[in-house]
Design a protein around this ligand. Structure first.
Ligand code: NAD
Length: 321
């Protein structure tokens, strides 16, 4: 069995590796050769922690395993990150544990890869302005990955806590692009691609804000009750998701479904676009929306890529188990 510690991950996996792994697994999910098992997430009544696991099996890539972890709000004072996760991979032929991999950085990389894959397949080809809603930990990963998908010329951003926007400005500067702090109506009117990545429980981007051909990747809503965009914007958009069951229960579509504004049949899998069984965007002035809820198979896919690279480079720690 191999161990790949958290500290080794940054040097082992690139954004391209993450993109390829996530694109492949979305395609496998849509072909029904990969599936996620029901998610467990519980408050454990200790240390205010939320603990859970996401698991699945990809028969194409033979990735079987789980990501386990959660949120420990008291970690920061101990010098640890509040979100903690570890990926366990099992041999699909024998059930033996084949690898334990640090999952913290991988979570950010696989989440950024998901919105990136959606941009690659759904955004207007000539997208030039990217609009960011949210400026927390995930947002920098999201922006870096998204900037690789189109020839963007400008980054604009809005955040509930405006003082946090310097994080996005730094990423834009890294890429040699101008950054502008804007209000939501300007963001919706100017941006060709919008990523929302907040922990909001109320809609931020509304139908009236968005004009022209736009692709919106909603990445923050991964729990019942969270919401980033107005339900009528969802109803106007051509909607895609990583996994339908999560989209309607814990994803951004939960609210439009509950309000009866859309039905499940109007939500398509991004994997179908990747596989060529759904045309994706069909006109320049269409609003496409990706509801990225985050699935365990994404974690297994990037962890598998890391283990392969770590073994090749002699960095993986091998233990008898
Ligand atoms: P963070 O705590 O670092 O940042 C939170 C962000 O939300 C900041 O931009 C903050 O200003 C904003 N925010 C906080 N309260 C708000 C409010 N009341 N209204 C509007 N905005 C508010 O968090 P993060 O690590 O960047 O994660 C952001 C979100 O992404 C979380 O909801 C997290 O659960 C989700 N997430 C989703 C996936 C996925 O696969 N879809 C993966 C990881 C994280």
């Amino acid at each position: 069995m191999y161990i790949v510690p958290e500290s080794a991950i940054a040097d082992l996996v690139s954004r391209k590796d993450s993109f390829d792994a996530v694109e492949q697994v979305f395609a496998s999910m849509s072909k029904r050769s990969a599936y996620n098992f029901p998610v467990i997430r519980e408050s454990i009544g200790h240390a205010d922690a939320l603990y859970g696991f996401k698991s699945g099996f990809d028969r194409d890539a033979l990735n079987l395993g789980l990501k386990s972890g959660g949120y420990w709000p008291g970690n920061e004072v101990k010098g640890l990150t509040n979100h903690q996760s570890t990926v366990f991979l099992f041999d699909a032929d024998t059930g033996k544990c084949r690898a334990v991999v640090g999952g913290n950085l991988l979570t950010a990389l696989r989440t950024a890869a998901a919105s990136s894959v959606s941009i690659a397949h759904l955004a207007p080809k000539d997208a030039r302005v990217i609009g960011m809603i949210g400026a927390g930990h995930q947002s920098a990963f999201q922006l870096r990955a998204a900037l690789e998908q189109r020839d963007f010329e400008k980054v604009i951003g809005w955040n509930y806590h405006p003082e946090m926007l310097s994080r996005l400005e730094e990423v834009a500067q890294e890429a040699g692009l101008p950054f502008e702090k804007v209000e939501l109506d300007q963001l919706g009117a100017e941006a060709d691609v919008i990523i929302s990545i907040t922990s909001s429980f109320d809609p931020i981007l509304m139908d009236a804000h968005v004009s022209g051909g736009t692709h919106i990747a909603c990445m923050g809503t991964d729990t019942k009750g969270k919401q980033e965009v107005g339900a009528t914007l969802i109803a106007r958009a051509t909607v895609f998701t990583d996994e339908l069951a999560q989209s309607v229960s814990i994803g951004e579509c939960q609210h439009a479904i509950a309000a009866g504004l859309i039905n499940q049949g109007q939500i398509s899998e991004l994997g179908a676009v990747i596989n060529g069984t759904h045309p994706g965007r069909t006109s320049d002035d269409e609003v496409t929306l990706f509801d990225g809820t985050g699935v365990g198979l994404q974690d297994l896919a990037v962890a598998d890529a890391v283990v392969k690279r770590a073994v090749e480079q002699g960095i993986a720690i091998e233990v008898e188990f």
